[in-house]
Design a protein around this ligand. Sequence first.
Ligand SMILES: [Zn+2]
Length: 342
Amino acid sequence: MQAVRFHEHGGPEVLKYEAAPDPKIAANEVLVKVKACALNHLDLWLRRGVSDWKLPLPHIVGSDISGEVAEVGSLVKRVKTGERVLLCPGISCGQCEACFKGLDSACRNYAVLGVFVDGGYADLVKAPEVNVIPIPGDLSFDEAAAVPLVYLTAWHMLFTRAQLRPGEDVLVIGAGSGVGSAAIQIAKAVSARVIATAGADWKLDKARALGADEVINHSRQVISAEVRRFTGKRGVDVIVEHVGAAVWEECFNSLATYGRLVTCGVTSGGEVKLNLQSLFGRQRSVMGSFMGGKAELLEALKLIARRKLKAVIDSAFPLREAAAAQRKMESREFFGKILLHP
Ligand SMILES: [Zn+2]
């Protein structure tokens, strides 16, 4: 097969479009002919190298995949050759206490497609049968690839971690990101009031189109001051955050009493200061969130199939132009998911 691999860590130039061995499936696995693969920030981290993660090299990234089933292992019963499918990116053992509780990403053997196993920047990818989900309704391959990682992440953040209640005020940082564009829609689906931030006005227009009630341009406005204005000085109940250090203090100061700040990323750095007096005095919570469970993805897919939530697609590139696609993501000049087509 053809794939985009890197043999060493570095900039986008280390991505090579080249021939690679076809994946060999085990008895419980499925081989999928990739039709679309969406980029995530995770891909950039992995390409650059994460200090305490030792990746097998050469490596194929890509966690959000849709395609057609090309081959099934001898123990596979539910999935059929030729079926249109998307892949749940989180691979867990299915046999431990965390897995039984539906907390897949707490599984000791948790892996993510494209992280320690080869991913979807390729013609073919393999995955366990339990990760293979039929594409619901009339969703296109592009829409299906744009959904999994960001929707299961945003769902886990808002409902499982922050315990969002209908009608609460939610601040979504980085509306143009995949998680941001998903979180706006999910929060609106339960009648929350959504305040969204972005660094460019054209992105704020798109955030409004997705349902954001209020918007903040965080490159020229002070987030906490705008939040106080929008909420009558009260602050927001829930914050969905994935930027890290650059917005930390502004986010923390935007929380209402009993507010919950959920973070799932550190694109601007992970070291921050925390004022404990404001934490206990206002009874606030700061919580981390990492991926989510298969059940959460299935829940989100129900609303996506009914077009209550939609996949937000920025653009698509041929697989061989993966480096250009990643440069676009690094430039921040995008809104929603960037896709690759083998
Ligand atoms: Zn497990």
